[in-house]
Design a protein around this ligand. Sequence first.
Ligand SMILES: [Cu+2]
Length: 305
Amino acid sequence: MREAMRNGASAGRSGAIALLGAVALLGALGPAMAQTPGLGQPELGGINFQVAASPIMEFIHWFHNAFLLPIIVIICVFVAGLLLWCVYRFSEKRNPVASKTTHHVGLEVAWTVIPVFILIIIAVPSFRLLYQELTIPRSDLTVKAIASTWKWSYEYPDNGNFSFVSTMQSEQEIAERVAKGTPRSEVPRLLAVDNEVVVPVNKVIRVQVTSSDVIHAFALPSFGVKVDAVPGRLNETWFQATREGIFYGQCSELCGKDHAFMPIAFRVVSEQAFAAWLEEAKKKFAAADQPTAVAAATTDLPAAR
Ligand SMILES: [Cu+2]
């Protein structure tokens, strides 16, 4: 891109157009470059969920932060207040003669019925969220994620059926990428990988998840996705990324000694950028897909004589 900008400055009208194009591309890449803290990766000292980048994660944010949290705060304050008031009001000093009351029908009905109503109120959005997580809409693209100790491989079954392995990068490899111009925020320690999964923005992505050895779990917090990777089973989940950028997740099932070192990296790009990447990836990863060539035997086996 820098080269395009340099050429653009030195050559006449077409150069100016190229320069404009490069500036436009820079502008388009802008949001992805300046990674919002907490978007697609954890932030230092963060206590909230990661920033939402899918409708499901927005629903999870609302359900937890705006719905459940106020309910549990009200209940906790009420119960703690009641306890403190009882300690104060019914101490031996203020209440020397204890009441002999053992039953109160009205109270007993109230403290049974009110919690039931609270649970029913919570159940309504809870089941709605579960339903939306588990019902996969018409998908535009399928990505198959296969876990193994301790890396992920990915397949694009409906887009050329190529596959590739994605492994965590060492700190030295990260330093090399930063030296080549990748923003530091895009390649966090213990999360950056060599081959990122690339998907288009605003499209429904169906993710099929399985494992080739032990149980792992596929999780991408900013998309609100977490599903077990079970050997011999094909689990499914989905997400619709609403913004471009790089999104990281980790294996979320204790799977063995390198459980902490098998990150998941999804890069969300525009539809055009995805089409361009797809063409390149088909060529790049096709070579790895070729069956291993075995030299034909030219001499008869001793047993065949
Ligand atoms: Cu694992």
